[in-house]
Design a protein around this ligand. Structure first.
Ligand SMILES: [Zn+2]
Length: 239
């Protein structure tokens, strides 16, 4: 039997770690093949600590960011991590990149998709990427696009928690228990040396979502990740 697959579309090379490392590690540990696409390195907008080093260049920042992201992906047992180097602040979501993502949807046939929130007043790359990722998914479902290929089904889409959710009109309707893989998420977070100021912040986020997950279930949950789903959940039963 072939492994089930998931696709994570990350605007910058660390977003998948803060926002989805738990989901990635959890599914990878269950034999899923998780593909992560980093559309850019976040080399201009999300690498402040690296830029404080004397003599830093754009190419060196990108190299360092790729090294960090690869280390994190390895900790999480990501099956495939891709770096598309589209630039950031602003990200250049070209037509070629769009059809490359459509092709990836059709070849990978993910069982679910993770990407950014629809709004983010602090970061305009993030909502641009969620629109791009969701539009590519719908094009991959279109029978008239490359009609000789098998069209994509309807993988559910879950939106990452943004940095300041209240300001981004993001509200979680899915709380994922990531307690069994928290050690892996924390280890992946610590691969992001260029953004050390976020390590404790995202540990607190995981504890908050874990407490909420415990409150909304009868389970002992310590660490969680929140997601906002885009489409209705299709279920076989309600309880
Ligand atoms: Zn980002």
């Amino acid at each position: 039997m072939t492994a089930r697959t998931a696709l994570v579309v990350s605007a910058h090379s660390a977003d998948f770690v803060w926002r989805a490392a738990g989901a990635i590690a959890l599914h990878a540990a269950q034999g899923w093949a998780v593909t992560v696409v980093c559309l850019s390195y976040g080399e201009r907008g999300e690498s402040a600590k690296l830029w404080r080093q004397p003599g830093m260049t754009l190419e060196r920042v990108k190299t360092e960011r790729e090294r960090e992201a690869r280390a994190a992906a390895s900790v999480l047992d990501v099956a495939d991590i891709q770096f598309w180097d589209l630039g950031d602040y602003p990200i250049n979501l070209s037509e070629a990149a769009f059809y490359r993502l459509v092709d990836l949807y059709r070849s990978l046939r993910p069982d679910f998709v993770l990407t950014h929130s629809k709004e983010d007043i602090y970061n305009h790359d993030h909502p641009a990427v969620t629109d791009f990722a969701q539009h590519a998914r719908i094009t991959a479902q279109a029978h008239g696009h490359n009609p000789h290929q098998k069209v994509l089904g309807a993988p559910p889409v879950f939106l990452f928690e943004p940095h300041q959710p209240e300001q981004c009109n993001w509200k979680p309707d899915v709380l994922l228990d990531i307690s069994p893989v928290w050690a892996k998420k924390r280890a992946a977070i610590e691969c992001m040396a260029g953004q050390e100021h976020l390590w404790e912040y995202y540990t607190r986020v995981a504890l908050q979502r874990g407490a909420q997950a415990a409150r909304n279930s009868d389970k002992a949950i310590t660490y969680g990740e929140g997601y906002q789903s885009v489409f209705p959940h299709v279920v076989e039963r309600l309880g």
